[in-house]
Design a protein around this ligand. Structure first.
Ligand SMILES: N[C@@H](CCC(=O)N[C@@H](CS)C(=O)NCC(=O)O)C(=O)O
Length: 230
């Protein structure tokens, strides 16, 4: 019999890391189905007909789509007093973490992605400015959310830690490719220390992609963008 929880995804996707970390936190055993994307599988098209994107969580064959919604679903569907909570219990703290997670996906990551599509070095440097500004906002948000504790969520990683942390592999690739420091001890000391704690966390370390491997994938992607633009 198949596993009751499945994740349809692909290793380089930051969005796919999110449900995997959440399931690890909840000690849920699941099957990972690697989506090839070219062409998109029948299972993906059937499970996420609206966006046709990964990740998709299948719980007893019922699909849940959109990574942040999946993480919240996992928190609710696998909740017990022995398991860690992914979202804080305080409604205000919950709202603030959701606010910043929405900012990340709606504003910050699209700006970050645009850098890879910029045609010249100058355009890439200009494109990195809003990315850096966003990280300064998040540096401040860390101060307020963490209340002196190691993670945005306090003593343990939670919703906003997962939302931002899932991008760290790609941040490292961008730092190398563009020869810049995005999260650094000098400019964003809170985020710098937090990122090291996050990557070393038991629920995270197996899913954080290797920088060199991700860099190879990124180069292939950029070559595709360039070919499409010319
Ligand atoms: N908002 C979505 C974004 C997911 C997403 O962009 N997934 C990418 C892979 S990293 C994808 O499936 N892209 C395929 C496509 O755009 O056709 C989420 O949070 O789940």
């Amino acid at each position: 019999m198949g596993k009751e929880v499945k994740v349809l995804g692909a290793w380089p996707s930051p969005f796919v890391m999110r449900p995997r970390i959440a399931l690890h936190m909840k000690s849920v055993d699941y099957e990972f189905i690697e989506e090839t994307m070219q062409p998109k599988s029948e299972l993906l098209l059937k499970s996420n007909p609206v966006h046709k994107k990964i990740p998709v969580l299948l719980h007893n064959d019922k699909p849940v789509c959109e990574s942040l919604i999946i993480v919240q679903y996992i928190d609710e569907a696998f909740s017990s007093s022995e398991l860690p909570s992914i979202l804080p219990s305080d409604p205000y703290d919950r709202a603030i973490q959701r606010f910043w997670a929405a900012y990340l996906d709606d504003k910050w990551f699209p700006a970050f992605q645009a850098v890879a599509r910029a045609p010249t070095e100058e355009a890439r440097a200009a494109g990195l400015e809003p990315v850096k500004e966003g990280l300064l906002l998040l540096e401040d948000a860390f101060d307020k959310c963490s209340k002196g504790k190691p993670f945005f969520n306090g003593d343990k990683i939670g919703f906003l830690d997962i939302a931002l942390g899932s991008f760290l592999g790609w941040v490292r690739v961008s730092e190398k490719m563009n020869n810049v420091e995005l999260i650094s001890e000098g400019k964003t000391p809170n985020l710098h220390a937090w990122s090291q704690r996050f990557c070393a966390d038991d629920a995270v370390k197996d899913y954080m992609p290797d920088t060199e491997k991700l860099m190879g994938f990124a180069k292939m992607l950029m070559a595709k963008y360039q070919a499409a633009a010319s």
